[in-house]
Design a protein around this ligand. Structure first.
Ligand SMILES: [Zn+2]
Length: 483
């Protein structure tokens, strides 16, 4: 075997370098597209995100959501209807204002930064009676936001890929129950399928979605200890149903406004957490179910004996493709290079097939997470792959959970906050209503942390004083350093 050029970057020590390099060398995205903040997603990220989309959409459909495809543009008149929403999103919106030879459009069109103002205009036409409710919808779509902060591939860019679910109900209680369901869905997908641990927070009033009554968001940590927001769910109450006239006739024939919720898992951003949390110093590791290819077959071709090896490799590919996503690597590279390439790309299982194996009834199986090799009898291979795939995914989830367990630090003094670099910081805090905003501003100004909110999975009782203003603490809040 020739000398290997391995990836070999210490992920936990040099995460920023690891991330930049893996995006480039594993060919996940190309940043050289000539508009700032926009990038080209390459096959390995697209194939994986397709699998993530498919699992997520299946789950939403199981829970009664139906898919729609809305236009990418929203008329200005829709966009301006809800005041808080306009205030929050205006700075980010791309506008389409002309066509052809600089002819003005009759009305400026927003490239959707999010689609509340598109969905609810149609809700007002579709929803008539209590019998139409609950009305649960979603779409998979790209959205565009003019981000001014530094962009990073998959983490923050001016175009991203997500799902947005929009649901209408006849009562506040049902809408609140939907918010809970969205949190459960997040657990079932992010944690149980993708292996990403997180904490769900109720966001402070000053940090909620523009136009929402309340916002709940899942935060996870990257290997450098910085926090990244994952899916959020918003109780919109009647804030949008009133300006958009989303009404229904109740059982007594009276007109009532709907209660609305929306939920937004950003697939491209979840992908960022997925690769960062599971990768190691040798590159990516994909969970088995969503890997772009689950198995790669690498035939070891030795002069004079290629023919029988190739035949066996092709037969094996054909057989395995009935159950799995399989890639047969016939590139003209040396073995070392091929092994390194697929390890770096995170393919869960590699099968090596040489002249010896071609004659015998065995194949060598390499498993990406443990990097161990073993001989497997061909007749047991399918079962073995299923077992290894399952074990590998479980192993990734457990490893991620174990690391996440130690991610909360308790801090009592404000001065200590200035020294903290990463992880969740748990502090006593005066209030997440309007009154606490000044204290949050001070934290943001004098430390690198932001207030993420109070936990929505467990009730925590505050005792003592607010870490900033020294008034009586009403809440236990979590702080973290964002991207
Ligand atoms: Zn305070």
């Amino acid at each position: 075997m020739q000398e290997k050029v391995t990836f070999n970057i210490d992920k936990n020590k040099n995460f920023s370098e690891w991330y930049t390099e893996i995006v480039k060398r594993a060919e996940l995205a190309d940043l050289r597209y000539n508009i700032k903040g926009f990038l080209v997603f390459q096959p390995f990220s697209v194939l994986t995100m397709e699998n993530m989309y498919s699992l997520y959409e299946k789950k939403l459909q199981e829970k009664g959501h139906l898919p729609y495809w809305y236009p990418a543009v929203i008329p200005e008149s829709n966009f301006l209807k809800e005041k808080e929403h306009v205030k929050g999103f205006s700075p980010d919106v791309f506008w389409v204002t002309s066509y052809g030879d600089n002819q003005k459009l009759e009305e400026p069109l927003a490239l959707r930064p999010t689609s509340e103002t598109a969905f609810y205009q149609m809700f007002s036409l579709w929803i008539r009676s209590y019998k139409d409710l609950p009305f649960k919808t979603y779409q998979r779509a790209q959205v565009w936001r003019y981000e001014t902060k530094a962009t990073r591939p998959f983490i923050r860019s001016r175009e991203f890929y997500w799902i947005e679910a929009h649901d209408a109900f006849s009562s506040l209680e049902e809408a609140e129950a939907q918010v809970k369901e969205d949190m459960e869905t997040t657990k079932e997908m992010l944690h149980d399928e993708f292996g990403i641990p997180f904490i769900f927070f109720k966001r402070p009033q000053w940090d909620k979605f523009a136009g929402a009554v309340n916002t709940y968001a899942a935060d996870t940590l990257m290997p450098d200890g910085k926090v990244i927001q994952q899916p959020s769910t918003h109780l919109l109450g009647q804030n949008f149903s009133k300006p958009f006239d989303v009404k229904f006739k109740d059982k007594n024939g009276e007109d009532k406004y709907c209660f609305i919720t929306c939920y937004g898992p950003a697939i491209s951003r979840i992908f960022a957490s997925l690769i960062s949390i599971h990768g190691d110093d040798n590159g990516l590791i994909f969970p088995f179910k969503i890997a772009p290819f689950q198995i790669v077959i690498v035939p070891v071709l030795i002069k004079g004996k290629e023919k029988e090896v190739l035949k066996k490799a092709k037969d094996l590919q054909k057989k395995l493709a009935e159950k799995f996503r399989v890639y047969l690597d016939l590139r003209e590279e040396n073995m070392g290079e091929k092994f390194y390439h697929w390890e770096m790309k995170g393919i869960p299982i590699r099968l090596e097939l040489g002249p010896k194996e071609a004659k015998s009834s065995e194949v060598t199986l390499f498993r990406r997470d443990t990097r161990k090799k073993e001989k497997v009898k061909l007749k047991d291979l399918v079962k073995k792959i299923e077992k290894v795939g399952e074990e590998l995914t479980k192993n990734l989830i457990k490893k991620a959970d174990d690391e996440f367990k130690n991610s909360i630090i308790n801090v009592k003094n404000f001065s200590e906050l200035k020294k903290i670099n990463g992880k969740f910081v748990r502090v006593n805090f005066c209030s997440i209503d309007k009154d606490g905003e000044k204290c949050a501003e001070k934290i943001e100004k004098e430390t690198e942390l932001t207030v993420r909110g109070i936990r929505s999975d467990v009730k925590e009782k505050a005792s003592g004083k607010c870490i900033v203003c020294n008034k009586e603490a009403k809440e236990v809040v979590y702080l973290a350093k964002p991207y």
